[in-house]
Design a protein around this ligand. Structure first.
Ligand code: OXD
Ligand code: MN
Length: 590
């Protein structure tokens, strides 16, 4: 399949270490994938679902001790600790190889070693990067086929180049004590062992497209971000693009695929999804910032996804999708999860494969982090620009978190550097569902806390530098908070599709069509400039409330930011320290 010497040598090296019974190069043909589907079915790794109702769909169950990303066992391995920075777990490069090599030694005895060539981004685009993943999991091969572009065509583009990311994965024994997800940005390598859970083993996603790619972007002058990309088309057919970063579980997939509320739909507005999780951003020939989605599918959280919350995501899962850790309905061999509808199937198995029968006294049917892996092209609102090798021009960048009181519904940064500050102070408060303590603030700068593959202080400096290069062509930066609550703890803003009302204000700002109010934290809309036509429970006064900025809360916020910034020592860009002082000075005058 290839004569690439660096690749052939690496595959030989891995084979000698892993000692598989055989090696299979994945060419991406349906014929080969079908054989693997059949083999996965025979071993029980994949369960074929009802092919009339869910054509091409399969169910997979992970080990019960292996259901989520393991941040505590995820490492950035570099020569110097300061290159990983205070927000990452660090291991010295050689120490990590020495620790992992014995775990990989012989791990594929009796198994097949699959070699998957894949492209992050459209094959051959100048935005795109190539990776090779070695794995012993059919689930991984089939999921990589959905999430990335795989096969011979990728090797053809790679040619003899040595510019590819080496990804080594083995389920090994699925031993939690020996589970490691290690990244070697100085070697363009990822070693993942003893897990079979998507976020730890689909190496193209978080491991490559964020942790390794953030390093490549820094070296090469571009950015890898934890952002959705969406386009809003006006009735004249002009499309403006927005990227948005929110911490995990704050509704990125829902926003990326939102359905316009009636007030906009009837005028002919449309929303297009380019991506729901990751954006790679480069400065284009015209000096503007362009985005691609390096992925080819969605790895969405199943619980809570339904026809109302996210019709488009649900539709995306209706064919050629893989479900992980959801309920299996034995009556018609389909799937179910909490929040899909109110009818838990009476004759069913839970996510562990145990008899469940819709009996909630036996606990949840689907795991709270159960997932679907679905091809992007299934999505009814997938953007016509999804395959555009040059990406889409970005008008606005959005940051957001889950805050009960502090952050207003929306504000715009004063300029790019202030926008970097706004991104760097992103935070979410823990909810009752997450852990014991409610309302604890977790800082998650640019939603990259678990995904930035180098020192976060250097990462902020890179953001500031990109702004300097972009100059007056830089996208405008905004912050949103859909999660403000009243004194009884109820959400005030309706959210979901109605979030488009806020996006429309932002786009009007980008086009210079609407004024704003200068506040201590940034530019805010005049309450009457948020379109609330057709909303039952929201008045202009509600919007005014949603936009209020409280002096005491922001004083406390500034103290929290100072405490967080202190971790970065002299890696903290001076500009951000100045922005914090600027915030303090303005808040003092409130
Ligand atoms: C994800 C995450 O799975 O951010 O996308 O955790
Ligand atoms: Mn994510």
């Amino acid at each position: 399949m290839t004569t690439n010497k660096t690749l052939l040598a690496w595959v030989d090296e891995c084979k000698a270490l892993l000692k598989p019974d055989s090696v299979m190069w994945i060419d991406g043909s349906e014929e080969q994938l079908n054989k693997l589907r059949a083999e996965g079915e025979a071993t029980g790794e994949m369960i074929k679902l009802n092919q009339e109702k869910l054509p091409g769909c399969y169910l997979h169950r992970s080990a019960v001790n292996d259901v989520a990303r393991v941040e505590g066992r995820t490492f950035i391995c570099t020569e110097k600790e300061e290159d990983a920075g205070p927000t990452n777990n660090w291991m010295q490069t050689q120490k990590a190889y020495d620790l992992l090599r014995p775990i990989f030694d012989g791990a594929m005895k009796g198994r097949t070693m699959y070699v998957i060539p894949y492209s992050m981004g459209p094959v051959g685009s100048k935005f795109s990067k190539i990776g090779i993943e070695i794995t012993d999991s059919i689930y991984v091969v089939l999921s990589m086929d959905i999430m990335t572009r795989i096969g011979q065509k990728v090797l053809d583009v790679l040619g003899d180049s040595n510019d590819w990311v080496r990804g080594l994965h083995s389920k090994a024994e699925l031993d939690e004590e020996k589970r490691y997800i290690c990244h070697f940005p100085e070697d363009n390598a990822i070693w993942s062992v003893n897990s079979g859970y998507g976020g730890n083993v689909l190496l193209g996603k978080k491991c490559f497209a964020l942790r390794i790619a953030s390093n490549q972007g820094r070296r090469e002058g571009w950015m890898a971000e934890h952002m959705l990309i969406l386009g809003i088309e006006d009735p004249q057919g002009n499309v403006s693009y927005i990227t948005a970063a929110f911490p995990s579980a704050c509704g990125k997939t829902n926003l990326a695929m939102l359905i316009p509320p009636e007030v906009y739909a009837k005028k002919g507005y449309k929303v297009w999804c380019v991506g729901d999780d990751i954006a790679w951003l480069r400065i284009g020939p015209d000096g503007r910032l362009y985005a691609i989605n390096p992925e080819n599918g969605f790895f969405g959280v199943a619980p809570g996804t339904n026809a109302k919350s996210n019709h488009n995501a649900l539709e995306s899962t209706r064919k050629n999708a893989i479900f992980t850790n959801v309920v299996q309905n034995l009556d018609d061999n389909t799937v179910w999860w909490e929040g899909l509808d109110k009818n838990p199937p009476k004759n069913s198995l839970n996510w562990k494969g145990e008899v469940w029968n819709g009996d909630e006294s036996k606990g949840k049917g689907a795991h709270p982090n159960s997932r679907f892996t679905a091809p992007a092209k299934n999505c009814p609102c997938i953007s016509p620009e999804f395959e555009n090798a040059d990406g889409v021009p970005v008008s606005a960048i959005l940051f957001g978190g889950r805050r009960a009181k502090t952050a207003p519904l929306v504000y715009q940064s004063f300029d790019w550097a202030h926008g970097v500050f706004v991104g760097s102070i992103m935070a979410s408060e823990t909810t009752a569902a997450a852990t014991g303590a409610v309302g604890v603030v977790r800082r998650d700068p640019m939603a990259m806390l678990p995904f930035c593959g180098y020192n976060m202080g250097d990462y902020w400096a890179h953001w500031l530098e990109m702004g300097e290069k972009l100059g007056d062509k830089a996208p405008k930066i905004f912050n949103v908070n859909w999660f403000r609550t009243d004194d009884e703890g109820h959400f005030i803003w309706p959210g979901f599709g109605d979030n488009m009302r806020v996006l429309m204000w932002m786009l009007a700002r980008c086009k210079g069509e609407v004024d704003a109010v200068e506040t201590a934290i940034g530019y805010e809309p005049k309450p009457e400039d948020i379109n609330i036509e057709g909303l039952e429970d929201v008045t202009v006064d509600t919007v005014r409330d949603l936009l209020s900025v409280d002096k005491a809360l922001w004083e406390a916020e500034a103290d929290g930011i100072a405490e967080f910034y202190a971790k970065f020592g002299d890696k903290l860009p001076k500009k951000l320290a100045e922005e914090l002082q600027g915030l303090r000075d303005r808040v003092a005058k409130l």
